[in-house]
Design a protein around this ligand. Structure first.
Ligand code: IMP
Length: 179
């Protein structure tokens, strides 16, 4: 891993998690999922863009047959109680009766998952679980069922390995934290 600080959009970040540390966490999570879903042919629902690198490494290590679909979640101001409505784009696969595993980069406040899970559940899947690379427990503001967490992290801003700071940093193989 790069040992020194980097700057993105004039903000300083220091090295936080190496490729090896990420690999170990993702490999462990893939083993758990593989064991839990043996014989069930799950449908992985990858949330773009942040989860692309995590999903790639995770799914290479998941054994057994599975399907993979990439979605985008659009938020806009709406009239429900939270003021945010999530629209799912790209989900063309038949969801009814399937075992869904949402693949997300980070659960921060939990707002995204709080809105996405019921929308998927409305299509009648057999089950819905969440697999997230990062979870910030101190930030959580909604009750959500997080079955698969690769790494719990403090309430700090991180970039790299798919996650961005204002559009930049997704291509970094290691994860950096704001200083
Ligand atoms: P939530 O809806 O508050 O749980 O936030 C989820 C989304 O916020 C993630 O999918 C990220 O796009 C973004 N996010 C939250 N924390 C970070 C971070 O530390 N770095 C980069 N993106 C973040």
């Amino acid at each position: 891993m790069g040992q020194s600080q980097i700057t993105i959009h004039n903000k300083a970040f220091r090295p936080y998690l190496s490729v090896a540390q990420l690999d170990e966490a993702v490999t462990g999570l893939a083993a758990r999922i593989s064991a839990d879903y043996a014989g069930r042919e799950p449908l992985f629902v990858v949330v773009l863009t942040g989860a692309f690198m995590f999903a790639s490494d995770l799914l290479k290590r998941v054994t057994g047959p599975c399907e993979i679909v990439f979605i985008r979640v659009a938020s806009y101001e709406g009239t429900d109680s939270s003021g945010v409505v999530q629209e799912i784009m790209g989900l063309r696969e038949e969801v009814h009766g399937r075992h869904l595993i949402i693949v997300e980069d980070i659960v921060d406040t939990g707002t995204t998952m709080h809105h996405l899970v019921p929308k998927l559940q409305a299509n009648g899947p057999a089950s819905v679980e969440i697999a997230t690379l990062f979870f910030k427990p101190e930030s959580l503001r909604h009750e959500i069922n997080l079955r698969y967490v690769a790494l719990e992290i403090p309430n700090d801003f991180v970039v790299g390995y798919g996650l961005d700071y204002d559009g930049l940093g997704r291509n970094l193989p290691d994860v950096y934290v704001a200083v």
